[in-house]
Unconditional design. Structure first.
Length: 570
């Protein structure tokens, strides 16, 4: 009996221990999960969260919640040294900046130089410093210095215009805020432990200045103020603004790896613009476009001028070299041509970051024109510009189907030679091919299926329309039209038309939508497109907004069948 009692007690005790252990493990697991959640919450905690939890008086003095550390000690020393720095830097700036200003001098000016240059008595202030971690793992130290300068310099530019007018222009009220990047590289085991320093203006947050003619008003000569201001900004943008960098060797050595190098090409198709602001009192503006990635004169591209037109069509193709796709922008400036004796008047500016482009994919964009790309809010309607953009990084050309690729102008022998040559020889061959690119003619057959339209505007008195579409190749002039769809705002046609295209790279397709009437026809709107996308993709089916209507869309299927790639011998 005692044996059975002992056995029962032992089994019960064992089961109790197992249940208690299981419950303990569950509690322990739950506590671990709660602790993990707390740690995760702390890792997501921001500076603002910590300030809500801990009063400022309880912060240790060594705790700083700023990305850039303050440099009061440096500013204190700089104030003492500034009179000597001013004297030395003024002469250095004069000798180095004058050639740069001359390089960017607008055509309306005959000469541009300094007659006076001192930096004044107010030293710049460094408001912060930060160390930038290298994402590529390269050896070196990258430092960023934030600087602010509200200076009182004495700068007078000696300017002479093409018409023989001499103007002493004073640059006043300079205000500048920006971030300079310093790269100390490579690191070596010899004092001062780095071989060279590369410096660049990483970010220009603010740059303000005023121009005043000594003894007169600069606004009395139209265009001069804008031309000088644009020259100064362009010179700063392209001479020291990132990714451009200036290299100062510290120790003897080859530092070519620090220099700015091309990383790809950007093909830009300037298609058209619409609803441009009219700058002329009589007639309409005569718009042309200046496009650039870097505002260097020999790299800026200018379109032809379209006279007396606020909805111009250019259909021009340009190519640019890209050095840093992650930070560079494409800038578009639309001007009104005022003739040979006057400076052109700016209509608007647009800009797009190259990092928004997917390599090897055509991006079709409409960019809104603004007065200043730095100003976020600009409610005035200055018009829009239509672009097609294609970014091709170097080394990926073989995997991209690019109708503007220089290989289109290479024979089979040249292509094989290109694959066998060294990198330097290949680059030179590619340069030659690029120069021949404009001579290439891409032929093919374009099949257009006009499928349907929807939400067309009401034209007839009964609230319907009798729409049809007229198709036209702009350069060749070939035309075709669909049948008339009666009494509908959502017509269905499903008609296919074939066009032989002699020059696909420079051709445009225009589709005009009309309402059929007993006494003629009323235009409802139109679609304008290049053949770039269909040439790259082979076949596309998509909806296209009809310009001139609020909500009208046209549904199309486009198919490209290439025939020959020829060289224009004219």
């Amino acid at each position: 009996m005692s044996f059975l009692y002992g056995m029962f007690f032992g089994i019960s005790f064992g089961i109790g221990l197992m249940v208690a252990y299981a419950r303990y493990e569950n509690v322990r697991s739950r506590r671990r999960a709660e602790l993990a959640n707390i740690v995760a919450a702390f890792s997501r905690m921001t500076v603002q969260d910590s300030r809500k939890l801990i009063p400022p008086e309880f912060y240790p003095p060594w705790v700083v919640f700023q990305q850039r550390q303050k440099l009061n000690w440096l500013n204190y020393q700089l104030d003492k040294l500034w009179p000597f720095i001013n004297e030395a830097a003024s002469e250095l700036i004069r000798s180095n900046v004058e050639p740069i200003l001359e390089q960017y001098r607008p055509s309306i000016l005959a000469s541009l130089s300094f007659s006076k240059l001192t930096l004044g008595t107010v030293a710049p202030q460094f408001t912060g410093v930060a160390i930038v971690e290298s994402e590529s793992g390269e050896e070196g130290i990258t430092m960023e210095l934030e600087m602010q300068w509200d200076g009182n310099p004495n700068i007078v530019l000696d300017i002479r215009t093409r018409v023989g007018v001499g103007l002493p222009v004073q640059v006043k009220n300079i205000g500048f805020t920006g971030v300079f990047r310093l790269i100390f590289k490579p690191l070596v085991d010899e004092f001062p432990c780095f071989g060279a320093v590369a410096y660049s203006l990483r970010e220009k947050k603010d740059l303000d200045f005023t121009l005043k003619v000594v003894g007169g008003d600069i606004s009395s000569i139209p265009g001069i103020s804008d031309a000088i201001e644009e020259t100064i900004i362009d010179a700063i943008e392209d001479s020291i603004t990132w990714p451009v960098r200036q290299i100062i060797p510290i120790l003897p050595g080859d530092y070519s790896d620090l220099e700015l190098k091309p990383c790809g090409t950007l093909d830009v198709k300037l298609v058209q613009a619409k609803e441009l602001t009219n700058k002329d009192l009589i007639g309409k503006s005569d718009p042309f476009v200046v496009i650039f990635v870097r505002p260097l004169r020999d790299r800026m591209k200018t379109s032809k001028t379209i006279n007396n037109e606020l909805n111009p069509i250019w259909n021009e193709h340009f190519e640019f070299t890209v050095e840093d796709a992650s930070t560079q922008h494409l800038t578009v400036r639309v001007f009104d041509d005022e003739g040979p004796m006057l400076a052109p008047e700016i209509i608007g500016i647009a800009q797009i970051a190259l990092k928004e482009l997917e390599p090897g994919k055509v991006k079709d964009v409409w960019l809104k024109l603004v007065k200043d790309v730095k100003v976020q809010r600009d409610t005035k309607n200055r018009g829009q510009v239509h672009l097609e953009l294609l970014y091709c990084p170097f080394g990926t050309e073989s995997s991209l189907k690019n109708p503007f690729n220089s290989d289109y102008s290479l024979t089979t022998l040249e292509k094989s030679l290109k694959s066998e040559t060294s990198r330097a020889e290949a680059a030179e061959l590619g340069k030659i091919a690029t120069q021949k690119k404009s001579d290439v003619i891409v032929r093919g057959v374009l099949s257009i299926t006009v499928i349907a339209a929807e939400n067309l505007p009401k034209v007839d008195l009964i609230g319907k329309a009798d729409p049809f579409v007229v198709l036209q190749l702009k350069k060749a002039g070939n035309r075709a039209k669909t049948r008339v769809a009666h009494d509908t705002l959502n017509p269905v046609w499903n008609q296919t038309f074939d066009f032989v295209v002699e020059d696909g790279q420079h051709e445009m397709l225009i589709l005009d939508v009309y309402d059929h009437d007993t006494f003629g026809k009323d235009k409802m709107g139109k679609c304008i497109m290049t053949l770039t996308r269909v040439m790259m993709e082979g076949e596309i089916q998509d909806s296209f907004h009809i310009d001139g209507t609020k909500s009208g869309k046209l549904f199309l299927n486009l198919k490209w069948t290439p025939q020959l790639v020829l060289r224009d011998s004219s």
